[in-house]
Design a protein around this ligand. Sequence first.
Ligand SMILES: Nc1nc2c(c(=O)[nH]1)N[C@H]1C(S)=C(S)[C@@H](COP(=O)(O)OP(=O)(O)OC[C@H]3O[C@@H](n4cnc5c(=O)[nH]c(N)nc54)[C@H](O)[C@@H]3O)O[C@H]1N2
Ligand SMILES: Nc1nc2c(c(=O)[nH]1)N[C@H]1C(S)=C(S)[C@@H](COP(=O)(O)OP(=O)(O)OC[C@H]3O[C@@H](n4cnc5c(=O)[nH]c(N)nc54)[C@H](O)[C@@H]3O)O[C@H]1N2
Ligand SMILES: [Mo]
Length: 773
Amino acid sequence: MRQKAKIEKYDAPAGGWGSLSAVAHILTQEEVALLGSEILLKQNKAGGFMCVSCSWAKPAEPRMFEFCENGAKATAWEITGKTVTADFFAQHTLTELRAWSDHQLEEKGRLTTPMRYDPGSDKYLPVDWSEAFREIGAELNALDPRSVIMYTSGRASLEASYMYQLFGRMYGTNNFPDSSNMCHETTSVALPEVIGVPVGTVLLTDFDETDCIFFFGHNTTTNAPRMLHPLQEAAQRGVPIVTFNPLRERGLERFVNPQSPVQMIAGGTRISSQYHQVRIGGDAAAIAGICKWIVESDDLARTNGGPRVVDVAFIEQHTAGFDEFAAFCRAQDWGQIERASGLSRTAMLDAANTYMAANAVIANYGMGITQHKHGVETAKMIVNLLLLRGNIGKPGAGISPIRGHSNVQGQRTVGISEKTKLVPLDKLAELYGFEPPRWDGLSTVDACEGILKGDVRGFVSLGGNFVRAIPERSLMEPAWSGLRLSVQIATKLNRSHIVPGEVTYLLPCLGRIEIDQQASGPQAVSMEDSTTCIHGSRGQRQPVADNLLSEPAIVAALAKATLGPNPAVDWDAWVADYAQVRDAIERTYPDQFKDFNERMFEPGGFPRPLPARERKWKTPNGKANFTVPKAAFAPPRDGDGIYELMTMRADGQFNTTIYTEDDRFRGIQGSRYVVLMNPADMEDDGLKSGDTVTLVTEAGDGVERSLSELQVVPYDIPRKSLAGYYPECNGLIPLWHYAEGSKVPAAKSVPVRLFQDMIPEIIEGGEIPISTG
Ligand SMILES: Nc1nc2c(c(=O)[nH]1)N[C@H]1C(S)=C(S)[C@@H](COP(=O)(O)OP(=O)(O)OC[C@H]3O[C@@H](n4cnc5c(=O)[nH]c(N)nc54)[C@H](O)[C@@H]3O)O[C@H]1N2
Ligand SMILES: Nc1nc2c(c(=O)[nH]1)N[C@H]1C(S)=C(S)[C@@H](COP(=O)(O)OP(=O)(O)OC[C@H]3O[C@@H](n4cnc5c(=O)[nH]c(N)nc54)[C@H](O)[C@@H]3O)O[C@H]1N2
Ligand SMILES: [Mo]
């Protein structure tokens, strides 16, 4: 039986005293209370270290404490004094560890010694670094490079990532799936087609100049909390913030800056001025409604000879496809849009009127948009909305996809991509005198398919927890053991490490907050935030163990053990001095990284140049493109007993890293095995709060996907919608259920049926439950 969750409505604002006590708690739990508070002062400041949690921008003039509750948790989690040694592995077989929870595994502390899996004893045994590298090199050379995956989770630095992709390409593969393939790849596919860049266009300073903010599908409260500061400042200036989210997320309602005594007393600021509880997957329809009203208001203005509503000069000079898009908007039926969005016409008119009254609008979005079957089209709908009034490429305006991991955007910038068109292969060939593979590599979903089919034989993981982050758990975990080679470079023990292949290595590395001492002295690394700004980061803490290597050192050693010598790449010199890697990055991307080493510690970071910011459109037709969605907006399901399940993050986690079992802002404590449900749906299904249910995926492909003993929590969520936690619910998501065009798993709308669990005592007693009804 699972532990019961305690449910208590959370009425306090986000931030505030609750945040302070949560920070104190985690520092104590990780046994770093004093050291931790000292190190936190260096967080997200020029010359200090860049937070290992989210990728939100770091201001040029930081606050005294430029971190949030969750950034502090991430720091404490990394600099913990707790360690996992060879002794630990001598005591536990992997079979035994597979019964542990994600929290229990990581909570043991930092990995300290390189380990090799011994199938005979089912245990990890210690191995010398040099032996590990030699054997991995030999294994890689025995495999076809096309059958090897080189995964990255978006935390590794620009330096480590650049070296990793170069190593992989010299080895002969373009199989570089990244956590981005489960995240904002939808953005990277949608935006180039319509505005000619794969990333957002806003800078932090745009938040000072904007006069309206739209917000789609992002839980800022827990997932980019520092962003609440610019939002709060904007709200205090009277800037309307229009939010679309099926759930009422606390931080998007009210926020108290825990670092401001005045606010702590005054009770904080209202953040959203409008809060639209859109249906799961209903955003494209909602935006169509908003655009319809804008286009029709413009039509009326034209008829009456009044001032135009759309930005005619911008549309004429800069865009293509406006007429088709306007015709599409006019043709929409309000009844249909209302059903598909779950919003009233009045609500959409309110949003549209607010949009039309503003001169400069920013549109932010997160996983609530990207992790949907039609996510690519919805991201393009957000662009349509912005283009109508020229809201891209002017101060205070722009599109702002809020990225996840702290360097996920940067990794794509320096060549971690399975898509060859995004990588300057000719330049790499010229600089390093080799012929890189020219075929497109495998994305995350492709890699999973390859593992299921047995075509993928080797998997190298630069961070992350692939096995736990991907969909289709019941098929993927068994298939994983069919791998010939699994190499896991990591800081903490997780599930991907204890599902071994035939030959498996676990290589412990330094974390970003640790001092990285190399031949030329302590090294800095760099990363790119969500707003294309590049920041240097210096480790602050002594490494937790003597035997750790940095990620660049591990990548270089793997490369040397695998590849023949190449006079154009001196791996040892690069490891001795990372500035040389940055020079190599600058040589590869001279426009993007001009004077990289000189500029890397500029306060606020230095922005990469972005053509769309200057209204230069690097699209095939040289224009910003309006697009008409191809798929019809789906109405809600009707009486078929199927629910849409979204899988999301709680306050107590960073992705598959589970700090605590609590979700403070949603009032849920002590268990993550819950399902949030509309009270009216509960009543229809005869459920009361605390009952447990089984969810079964409605897929029709013969694969059984179910999860039992989920405690029902009545919640303010639209009818026929459910919410559960990632990664607990990942086994419910079919591998083929992904965003069209980007292959991002559609983790935010999984069709499921719901059954009340039988009373456990009766099942345990072996009796057949008798209906009393
Ligand atoms: N503390 C902490 N910070 C993190 C992370 C973490 O786990 N913990 N993860 C990092 C990573 S890698 C990422 S990608 C980001 C993720 O940050 P988010 O994008 O916030 O991701 P989720 O928690 O999955 O939440 C998705 C939000 O979308 C809403 N939503 C779901 N479906 C829909 C829909 O159809 N329409 C709309 N409009 N909204 C919808 C949900 O209610 C929820 O508020 O955060 C990053 N930062
Ligand atoms: N159902 C569902 N599935 C999802 C999502 C969802 O919303 N719903 N979200 C998706 C998203 S947006 C993402 S980004 C992915 C995340 O997928 P991943 O990025 O693969 O997973 P993480 O949980 O971030 O990885 C955590 C592990 O990284 C390792 N680690 C931490 N720091 C370091 C470091 O500095 N170096 C190295 N080498 N290792 C380190 C630790 O061992 C830790 O256990 O999950 C995706 N999966
Ligand atoms: Mo992500």
